[in-house]
Design a protein around this ligand. Structure first.
Ligand SMILES: Nc1ncnc2c1ncn2[C@@H]1O[C@H](COP(=O)(O)OP(=O)(O)OP(=O)(O)O)[C@@H](O)[C@H]1O
Ligand SMILES: [Mg+2]
Length: 146
């Protein structure tokens, strides 16, 4: 039952779209509220989607695509972009490490904790990157629903 896909939502994230960062995460939360009434679950999922969205808005040269696959008991998030890629994934996963540009720092981004937050809240976390782009896949499970 848990493996049944209910719906897939897709969003485009623009590069350097500082003024709208978080808007897609907000839309996702609204769309998913009816499927997952648990506030704690929606909080965990919301943080993860926000961080994935922010990274594509801030760190990519041409934006990316965010897919949200809704299952009965979990959500799979796939974030794909076309570069420039992460040169050193271990470094990128080190809390505090950031290459955020000045503009992002001024807006309060660049704490170097986004990927770590996703890793902490998600049940599965997969990150791969080359100069052709970055693919981030994670799932957040709602254990209340089997
Ligand atoms: N999609 C991406 N494309 C290229 N580089 C990325 C991407 N996502 C993350 N990075 C790199 O990994 C680093 C760490 O990302 P992370 O989300 O943990 O922190 P941050 O975005 O720098 O700051 P914060 O998320 O706290 O605002 C980034 O500074 C950037 O160098
Ligand atoms: Mg980030």
């Amino acid at each position: 039952m848990g493996n049944v896909v209910i719906k897939t939502l897709k969003y485009s994230i623009g590069a350097s779209s500082y003024d709208t960062v978080g808007s897609k995460a907000m839309q996702v939360k609204k769309a998913l509220r009816d499927y997952f009434p648990s506030k704690d679950y929606m909080r965990r999922l919301g943080v993860c989607v926000f961080e994935a969205e922010a990274n594509m808005a801030i760190h990519t040269t041409s934006g990316g695509e965010l897919s949200i696959v809704i299952y009965t008991n979990r959500v799979k998030v796939v974030a794909v972009d076309s570069g420039p890629g992460i040169r050193d994934i271990d470094k990128a996963l080190t809390p505090g490490f950031t290459t955020a540009p000045e503009m992002a720092l001024q807006l309060g981004f660049g704490g170097g904790v986004g990927l770590n937050n996703i890793k902490r809240f998600a049940d599965c976390f997969w990150l791969e990157s080359t100069k052709c782009g970055t693919t981030l896949i994670f799932e957040v499970w709602n254990d209340d629903i089997t």
